[in-house]
Design a binder for this molecule. Structure first.
Ligand SMILES: C[C@@](CO)(OP(=O)(O)O)[C@H](O)COP(=O)(O)OP(=O)(O)OC[C@H]1O[C@@H](n2ccc(N)nc2=O)[C@H](O)[C@@H]1O
Ligand SMILES: Nc1ncnc2c1ncn2[C@@H]1O[C@H](COP(=O)(O)OP(=O)(O)O)[C@@H](O)[C@H]1O
Length: 267
């Protein structure tokens, strides 16, 4: 069985307060995009993880795919499996690629071994793997609160815009990015602002990670400015960075940006 875990972008990201457990309460909109990995599970003699494509930092045993398998194996009688991952989603980019692999593995095991888990139950397993993992179970646009793991439904269809994703060759650690932020109550309601046309979002829908990440990596700020100069209606860093996305009203080609960064068109 093979599935295709997708990436997400964050539209707005307010870091509201630090919690007693060390995490932060946030408000953000998760929006799925069309950049995908491929993930396959085959029954085998012993459990092993293999990956190709982009190099994943860290030890194989720490891969979120193995963690997801062992999480379910603890509660269900699962046979040993080979897990194959073709890694295409940029890593450390604020695109949630690892979280998506974890969530899609839960969904795959649920279908393949007929575990009969409902979405809510799968979300509660996914929350144990990471804060933004649960979003990928239903994978619909949502307004997220708490650690980014509690959802309020949202009607949001941005398919009429041309969405471009740019990935600079910078890896930002999520834990470091949270460490550098100053939590504060948001000025405006993100849930209300997002109802306006995309052309009215500039300077109102903000990502609170930008201040500290742009100070450390000024080239990401320059990239954001150059996307506005190319005619984008709205540009933002996604999550804790380093990727930056831009909504255009029409199809574009960005050869100057492509010269320095990986560019994904029409995601
Ligand atoms: C920032 C966001 C925005 O969507 O995404 P990315 O940029 O990583 O894609 C998420 O909050 C990332 O969620 P996720 O990547 O699942 O984080 P986790 O593995 O749970 O936590 C990694 C580390 O980030 C910090 N953390 C994470 C979530 C949160 N609400 N508060 C935190 O302070 C903690 O220091 C934690 O040790
Ligand atoms: N399947 C996976 N794909 C990507 N990263 C993974 C995976 N499993 C574990 N990781 C670890 O998670 C870290 C964050 O990865 P990723 O989810 O791509 O970034 P982000 O949190 O910026 O969205 C990586 O640096 C890597 O050490």
């Amino acid at each position: 069985m093979i599935v295709f875990p997708n990436a997400k972008i964050n539209i707005g990201l307010n870091i509201v307060e630090k919690r007693e457990d060390g995490f932060h309460n946030i408000e953000t909109i998760f929006y799925p995009i069309k950049i995908n990995d491929a993930l396959e599970v085959i029954e085998s003699e012993q459990t092993q993880f293999f990956s190709e494509g982009k190099q994943i930092p860290g030890n194989v045993e720490d891969n979120i795919c193995l963690k997801a398998y062992h999480l379910l194996k603890h509660d269900f009688k699962l046979p040993p499996v080979h897990i194959h991952l073709l890694k295409n989603i940029p890593i450390g980019a604020g695109l949630g690629g690892g979280s998506s692999d974890g969530a899609y593995l839960i969904k795959l095991l649920n279908s393949k071994f007929n575990l009969q888990l409902c979405s809510e139950k799968m979300e509660s397993y996914a929350r144990k793997l990471g804060s933004d993992c649960a979003f990928f179970i239903e994978n619909n646009p949502v307004f997220a609160v708490g650690k980014g793991d509690q959802f309020i439904d949202l009607e949001l269809d941005l398919s009429k815009y041309f969405l471009v994703l740019v990935k600079p060759s910078i890896h930002v650690s999520t834990a470091d990015a949270y460490g550098g932020c100053k939590p504060h109550k948001p000025l405006y309601s993100l849930q209300m602002l997002v109802r306006n046309p995309v052309s009215e979002w500039k300077n109102l829908i903000v990502n609170d990670f930008e201040d500290s990440v742009f100070t450390k990596y000024p080239e990401i700020k320059i990239l954001k400015e150059s996307l506005y100069e190319s005619g984008a209606l709205y540009v933002s860093m996604s999550g804790s960075g380093s990727s930056v996305y831009a909504f255009f009203s029409h199809q574009v080609n960005l050869p100057l940006i492509e010269a320095n960064h990986q560019v994904f068109y029409n995601v």
